[in-house]
Design a protein around this ligand. Structure first.
Ligand SMILES: [Mn+2]
Length: 250
């Protein structure tokens, strides 16, 4: 008999596709093992953005690759795991293909959920808090329907090449381990504290920072950053009682 599905899993920033095909395939294999290890006890799975280093859904075509990951995700969904994916700054162009194919829920910005009496605020983490004015403008362009429509008019051989070149700008940065700036300089900590002034959340969960972090904001609220799967293989698991940051080892 299958175990009871009573756990909620969170992970982000797989950046599938970089730094090259073979390294990405190795990472994909590891992710598939992780998904295999959680598929019996997971009630829900939240993939909190930048799962693909670049993803764009054309009306009748999608990017090549990632078939083992997508197949495993479909298997979990078919088994009854509720799968939710967030748009990250690298893969915000998910328009309904994954929903149609495997019932994945796509979240554009923040998602607020209540589970077992705990309140969760979940967001990829891009464009939040003070600073980063350049990206905030870019995000408006990336998210604009007309710009997306225009991009989709470019032949995919060229459009994908441009986009992969662009996303490759941050490739080197993405491969390196991020450094903790201190609680007072971590902008997502700042952003969470601002929200807390108005509304209570037990957990603030983000990706984007590429650094696994678990910081107490006050006696009943925590900031969790899910890290990434290039150096850390970190993920969050909520068992109905507490949320823990863990590290997958094969
Ligand atoms: Mn990222």
């Amino acid at each position: 008999m299958a175990e009871e599905r009573n756990k909620i899993y969170f992970a982000s920033d797989f950046h599938l596709g970089v730094p090259d095909y073979s390294k990405s395939r190795q990472r994909e294999a590891l992710i598939v093992h992780w998904l295999d290890s959680i598929k019996e006890d997971a009630a829900e799975l939240y993939l909190v953005g930048d799962i693909f280093d670049f993803w764009f859904e054309y009306k009748r075509a999608v990017p090549r690759g990632f078939i083992r990951f997508l197949g495993k995700l479909a298997e979990l969904s078919d088994k009854g795991v509720k799968v939710t994916m967030f748009k990250g700054n690298h893969d915000m162009w998910m328009f309904g293909y994954l929903t149609q194919e495997m019932g994945v829920t796509i979240v554009s910005d923040e998602l607020i959920i209540d589970r077992s009496g705990k309140k969760f605020y979940i967001h990829h983490g891009d464009g939040l808090g003070p600073g980063d004015a350049k990206y905030k403008i870019l995000k408006k362009i990336f998210r604009s329907r007309i710009c997306q429509w225009l991009f989709a008019r470019i032949h995919p051989n060229l459009g994908m090449a441009i986009a992969l070149g662009w996303s490759g700008h941050s490739r080197l940065k993405n491969m390196k381990k991020e450094v903790f700036l201190g609680e007072d300089r971590e902008w997502l900590v700042d952003y969470s504290r601002e929200i807390l002034k108005k509304e209570h959340f037990d957990y603030f969960i983000y990706g984007h920072r590429h650094l696994p972090l678990d910081i107490a904001l006050n006696e009943s609220s925590r900031y969790i950053n899910l890290g990434e799967w290039i150096n850390y293989y970190s993920y969050g698991v909520f068992d109905g009682n507490e949320l823990k940051l863990q590290y997958f080892k094969q």
